[in-house]
Design a protein around this ligand. Sequence first.
Ligand code: PBG
Length: 324
Amino acid sequence: MSFPVNRPRRLRATPSLRDLVRETSLDPADFIAPLFVVPGEGVRQPISSMPGIDRVSADLAAEDARALFALGVKSVILFGIPETKDPVGSSSADPEGPVCRAVSGIKSASPGTVVITDVCLCEYTSHGHCGLLAGESVDNDATLPILAAEALAHARAGADVIAPSDMMDGRVAAIRAALDGNGFPEIPILSYAAKYASGFYGPFREAAESTPSFGDRRAYQMDPANVREALKEVEHDLAEGADMIMVKPALSYLDVVRAVKERTNVPLAVYNVSGEYAMVKAAAANGWIDGPRVTLEILTSMKRAGADLILTYHAKEAAQWLGK
Ligand code: PBG
């Protein structure tokens, strides 16, 4: 039956009716706020390509996490910028490094905060690749024990969730075995299962000082043209013991999110990455778009596509807008 019997506009007539029939909603508890942590104390350095986001020392990361919690954002993910880098990323497992210090600082300042740590080597290697090099390529199997040691250091510091983003094959199994073998069988793994080789990571690499010194990441991150391959990656990571999975970036990959959602029954995260954030901020600063409105529309689209959790630099401001 169609018009005039059917009039879809009937259900759009008033704000309360629209609230009643809304299919998707945003909750700050579904946001995970990324925090960039640096050595030192009392350090807060703005990131020019990511207005509103700073690099902070562990003490200020703890304050930020507490403020986020008060707004309903109960989860953070930590990225570290270490004092020193070398070809094998030794500082990645330093118990005194910025990530481990921030984990314990946040857990004491805001015990309810879920502290997730990103596990990767690109911030810690002098060449900026996500694993150890063999000539000009990244040696998958030689990288696994280093990633496992990094994850274990984070767990010992008190991390609640481990999130490997390196895209080495077999890293979920290697990290799971290291955690289980050292008294951390209860710590979940959120794997960056389908992570694409994307141009949208530009501002992050400035923030994390993790740009590769030569080449690119296409030999380990995924080809943006592929979706079946994302399903394969997800299947492998779940078989290796991943508790939650992620698709990254988010906005240009919502079809991937939907496809993964339809085939899995674990919590699905998306990463609303730095370049997506920077584009919105730049256009809003120029007055070309309404920043808050577009931001909430984008975050809603991610949930509508099937995301349960959203890693987003908008977490704090979006929680503020939603609370009003
Ligand atoms: C580290 C990592 C990256 C991001 C998250 N973890 C960068 C990369 O793979 O080059 C990007 C996040 C963002 O752009 O916001 N491997």
